[in-house]
Design a binder for this molecule. Sequence first.
Ligand code: CTP
Ligand code: ZN
Length: 159
Amino acid sequence: MEKHELKVQKIKEGTVIDHIPAGHALSVLKILGITGREGFIVTIACNVPSKKYGKKDIVKIEGKELKVEEVNKIALIAPTATINIIKNYNVVEKYKISVPKEIVNILKCTNPSCITRSEREPITSKFKVISEKPVRLRCVFCNNILELEDIEKQVSEKY
Ligand code: CTP
Ligand code: ZN
């Protein structure tokens, strides 16, 4: 390693979310509700070189295991991410995140006259994934399209 390279410290136990699209690490932390004031080590690297994608972000969280619902939300804004579970400094599990085929009850349709937003009898929102990288969704009820920008805004402001 050359001396002008910054070596990001390995973690002992926890989760490393790698290959996040460049610039989206902070949204991932927001989805997880991590503020940095919890007391455990959180390392964020933005726009670091990546062989596969040119640039990427990385988030390392000491002492954290992700829940399925958290992984599903991360998939929406970081469909290229890899989740690494670390135990005693070793990667004991590694998997590529996968985007679910349908997104149910997580996002709100941006069309104000969509039936899912009716004030009297709102029904559960449901979107079909029409593109994965970047994620684009189509409302099953009104065919309105949710772009990555809408999705990112919603998942990161809710938590
Ligand atoms: N990592 C860490 N702490 C550890 C072990 C690994 O922070 N104790 C990080 C590494 O820095 C890397 C990621 O977890 O960002 C995955 O580690 P590893 O599988 O060893 O790296 P690569 O082989 O480069 O992963 P990939 O093939 O998924 O790019
Ligand atoms: Zn709709």
